[in-house]
Design a binder for this molecule. Structure first.
Ligand SMILES: C[S@@+](CC[C@H](N)C(=O)[O-])C[C@H]1O[C@@H](n2cnc3c(N)ncnc32)[C@H](O)[C@@H]1O
Length: 296
């Protein structure tokens, strides 16, 4: 494999990316050309949302080619284009052969939710102290346990216990919360998402963990549930307020995540007609908000 490296201003990232794709690059990555220097820029995005910008002020693009000749040809063709003005070829380098699968796997270690509840990739042995585990590998859907919002929901599930409950996981992603609910006693679980890939992923992950649940599109959610879990983002959570509250059984619990600390008040206001949300946990600037609906 050969890597072609380019330097370009932010406004050229999109056009260069498309051109490299058309030139049969096997992959294209973009990074901050000023990373690890005082000029390094942070680009923050919320989970599940696209990054706020396409690139950094000075972006370094790296395109992978199977042959050196293809990388050289791509460099020559790009340099002849008008849109390459302001861009620069940094070089072409051979990439040493590696065990890519092992390298990728080594980046995903078991994740601790509580001292005895762990998320463990299938290629790892569970830690000796784990009493409860979810087996999960990174895939197409959000939710591997590495994000604080997911961990806070799982911690809440582990602390409360959901014995015999009917639970709704709204925005299930990988199905990790639904599976966690089953591990902590829930007996009927519906898991829904607007993304088909998430629904498929939830079904596969549930099978791999020997958990019974029903996964589908949001229309699957019907009637009341003793616990409703939704780890989405503040804006959709506000829009979904009447729908989510309508699914909480009298005396049941609503658990919301994907909310930044500064968004607590707006969420409280949006849910005030139905329930009183409280901040139940926080981690890395994210909060978990919970409420109990009025008893019958
Ligand atoms: C941040 S992920 C959470 C995944 C998982 N529940 C977790 O806790 O890790 C949010 C998920 O909500 C889904 N989602 C976003 N908007 C939604 C909506 N209006 N209705 C249902 N699902 C939605 C997304 O497709 C995504 O899979």
């Amino acid at each position: 494999m050969f890597e072609l490296s380019l330097l370009c201003p932010e406004e050229r990232v999109d056009v260069l990316s498309d051109a490299l794709d058309a030139l049969d690059a096997l992959s294209v990555s973009v990074e901050d050309a000023d990373a690890q220097t005082p000029a390094e820029q942070a680009l923050f995005g919320e989970p599940g949302m696209p990054p706020p910008k396409d690139g950094w002020q000075r972006s370094r693009m790296v395109a992978l080619f199977a042959q050196e000749a293809a990388a050289k040809e791509a460099a020559d063709l790009l340099q002849a284009q008008d849109f390459f003005d302001g861009c620069k070829v940094l070089g072409i380098e051979a990439v040493a052969d590696q065990d890519w699968v092992r390298l990728t796997q080594s980046q995903f270690a078991p994740v601790e939710v509580t001292p005895d509840f762990w998320i463990v990739p299938t290629w790892h042995e569970p830690p000796a102290q784990a009493r409860q585990i979810i087996r999960l590998d990174p895939g197409l859907a959000f939710g591997t346990g590495t994000h604080p919002t997911t961990r806070m929901c799982l911690r809440w599930i582990a602390q409360q216990g959901l014995a015999g409950q009917h639970v709704l996981d709204y925005g299930c992603g990988s199905g990790i919360l639904a599976i966690g609910a089953a591990k902590y006693g829930a007996t009927r679980i519906d898991a829904v998402d607007i993304d088909e890939a998430a629904v498929t992923s939830t079904r596969l992950n549930a099978q791999a963990n020997h958990v019974d649940l029903v996964a589908g599109m949001p229309e699957l959610a019907q009637g009341h549930y003793q616990t409703v879990l939704a780890n989405i983002l503040a804006t959709p959570l506000k829009v979904l307020a009447p729908l989510l509250c309508a699914h909480v059984a009298p005396g049941g619990a609503l658990v919301l995540a994907g909310i930044l600390e500064r968004q607590a008040q707006e969420l409280q206001d949006a849910y005030a007609p139905w329930v009183q949300l409280q901040v139940a946990d926080s981690e890395d600037g994210w909060i978990l908000m919970t409420a109990q609906s009025a008893p019958a």
